[in-house]
Structure formats: C-alpha cells, structure tokens
Design a protein around this ligand. Sequence first.
Ligand code: GBH
Length: 490
Amino acid sequence: MTDQLSRRTFAKLAGAAALGASTVPLAAQAAQGAQAATLQTLTARSFPTGFLWGTATASYQVEGAVAEDGRMPSIWDTFSHTPGKVANNATGDVADDHYHRYKGDVQLMKALGVKAYRFSIAWPRVFPQGSGAPNPKGLDFYNRLVDELLANGIEPFATLYHWDLPQALQDRVGGWESRDTAQAFGNYAGYVAEHLTDRVKHIFTINEFGAFMELGYGIGIHAPGLKLPKARFYQARHNGVLGHGLAVQAIRARGKPGTRVGIAENLAVGVPVIETPEHIQAAERATREMNAQYLTVIMEGKYTDAYLARLGADAPHFTPEDLKTISTPMDFVGTNIYQPTFVRADASPSGFTIVPNPPSYPHMASPWLFMGPEVLYWGPHHVAKLWNVKEIYITENGTSSSDVPAADGQVYDTDRIMYLRNYLSQLQRAVSDGVPVKGYFLWSLMDNFEWADGYGNRFGLHYVDYATQRRTPKLSAAFYREVIARNAVV
Ligand code: GBH
C-alpha cells in the first residue's frame, strides 16, 4: 500500500516536473545551466588526447587470392574445403577480395577517421612451406598495404599469426604439436621484422591462443580439426607460448630500433558479480588462473601451481629455459575483449567461483557473445593490476548483428551501436581511472569470413555484398566516425 502510494506520488511529481520543464523557454533553460550540463556530460565521456582509434581484420578472413603470388595453402584452406566443417561449406577463397581491393578499403578507413589499422600477415604467403625459402612476392602485398596506409595517415599494426598456419607445417611436423613449428614461427617473425619494421612500428605475435588451440587441436571445430588426447594437447599449448616467446626475441634481434612488440590475446576476463572489494579480488584471482596456460605464463614466466596440479600427469614437458623464452618482456599487451565471465568470492582455497549465466542471459547475434560491457572495464584493469602492465591496447572488440539491408539499401544496426556505446562507456571509465589503455581496434572494418560460421555472421562496420563485393557503411560506421571525431562516447 505504501508502495502504491509512493509510486503514485512519484508519478505525479514526475509529471509536474515534465510539465514545468516544457513551459520554461529554451533560452531560460540554458541560463539555468541545462545546456552547460549537456556539454559537461560530453566532456566527462571523452578519452585522453592521442587515444588511438582503430579497426581490425585478419588475413584469411578478408584477403582471398589464396593461390596468388606463390601463396600455398594454410590449415584453414584445407579445413574450409573439407565438407561439413564450415557453415554452408563457405571458404576464404575470395572472402572480401581485399588482396585486390585494399586501396579502396584504406579509403573506407580514412572516411571513418581511424588513426590505426590492425591487419594480419598470412604466414603461407611469406613462407609457403612454413620454413625454408621465403617468398618475397608474398611479402610484397604487405609492403603495398603498409605504404598505402602510411600515405593516408593510418598507422599500421601487424599481427603475425591469426590462425592461418602453413599446411606444409601441419603435414611435416604436426603443426603446433611440434616445437619445430615454434622455431619456424620465430624465424618467420624475424624475417617479417627485418623487412617491415622500417615502417611498421607495432607488431603482435599471436592472436588468441584459445581459438586455435582449444578449438583447433582440442575439440576440432577450427582448423586443423583435431581432437588430441590431453597430454598431446597440453604440449601443443606449451609450444604455442614458446613460439610467441621465440618471435618476441627474433623481432627484437632483427627489427629496426624502436620496434615495439606485444600480443593480441583473448584472455578470459573475470567480472565481479558485485563491485565490492571481496568480489573484485576474486575476479582478479580467477583471471590469473583462467589464463594460466597462456597470458599468465607469458607474464610471470611460470605456470601456476594450480594449473600444473590440475593437469597432473598430462602436464606439458618444458625446461627452465623455455619459461625464460616464453616470458621475454613485451612492450605492451593487446587484449581481444568480447564477453564477460562472472565471478564471485567464496571460501574455497582458490577464493573464487565462476558463475554460469542463466538461460535468460542476453546475447548478441552470435550465441557465445554475451552482452556485458563491464568486461571492457575489468579486462584492462586486471591486466594492469596483476602484471603491472603500462601499455594496453584493446586489439578487438565488436559484435555480430543480423544486418539486414532496409528498403533504402542502408543497414540500421542499432544493436551494434547499443553494444558499442555501452562497451566504450566502460572503456572510458577504465581510462578515467588511470588504466593505461592507449588504443582500441574495433572488430571489424567490414563483414568477413567468420571462421566456422562462414559468411552468415557479420561483424563489420561496412556491409559487404559478397556477390558484388560492394561495401556499404552501416549506421554503426557513422556512430564510430563521431566517436573518433569527438574522441568521446556519443
Ligand atoms: C575473435 O575471436 C577473432 O579473433 C576474430 O577472428 C573473429 O572474427 C572475432 O572474434 C569474432 O568472432 O563457436 O561457440 O565454440 C573472439 C573469440 C573464440 C569467440 C571462439 C568465438 C567460438 C565460439 N572467439 N569462439 S563457439
């Protein structure tokens, strides 16, 4: 009853206030500070001067031209050409034909106003056999791309491995099951560094271990489609982080002075269910433990005790020298951040419990993409706090949408804008708190080959009509252009 009364009272008051406001002339409102308040809100949502706004893609997802200029197959060519592995048996044979259309794509970036572009280099273009003789014609594509970017005032950020392992290495040595692949990756990294770092100042070694290890060698839904027994799988993971360390060393040895190197890792981020000190601490611990096999060993030079205990007799074999290589210091840490993992404090020895989402939890067009903007606050926060990292990039963030063109041909992706505005608000909160995030790369510049989902799932700021290769900016492109122009959440 009291509740009802107070609700009614509230409605009355609110109504009165609304009426009152409408009777006050605009000029008077401004004089009362209404406009000043609006401006202040915008200022409060801005990013530091020089914040690096960018966008991202990956080689196999956009390039096409899979047999051109000496490129040999990657494990994704083989996988996508195996019937039943990718939705609608789609392949990256043509994809966005970016290999031929890169100049137009750079103009799309320029129109957005991005200051940086994160692309990946296809290893089998540069070393068609994985190791051995390089293929300068393959590398030339990236020379052309880098020159075009720089001519348009866009800073190139290159990723060396976004899952397109040369098939030859998979065939010869079992891919990441072998330390030879880690060595070959180091050599390839050194070669690229030698040839591109006169112009490319930022290099990411590896994109997202989990997506090619767990999904590729563990459960087989990504290339190379294997389901290895545990011990072999854990050894492959170890070879992956070893490859990263060897690449960091090779880039330092063979890159021009001033070359900066990091990683682009999709770390699992523990988000506190309630933002109180106990849950925040639990989320931090969970983050360190959930990433024990990848980012934690890279940052700390050791596997956590809990990780090794969990693996028991299946734990990987490694030497102290391996651990030193793996933890070679980086210049920055890149994090791909999409969805939260909720965590609460508890009284167990670990001090945390992962809280699964209920069936009603909202997600975006991709079923795995749970909406949780706070992850873009806590991700960089934990990385800075756990490992004292001084320079962080958000190397990917974005969302799929059903993206159906309207009658006028435009794509009104209000869901993507809703997602981005909320996530960017949390990123803004992080930088305001002093978390050292220096830049943000929106995934993705344009719709592209979405791995096992084929072309059905669109992540782009530009709609790609695959029949004509026509690119159309979606409403979210206009949104992002405003964010960049104002250096603020809009
Ligand atoms: C990124 O991965 C990739 O780096 C990028 O290439 C990709 O296009 C983008 O996200 C959008 O997906 O099929 O249910 O097993 C983000 C992390 C890991 C999320 C693999 C999807 C597969 C979920 N991804 N995961 S499921």
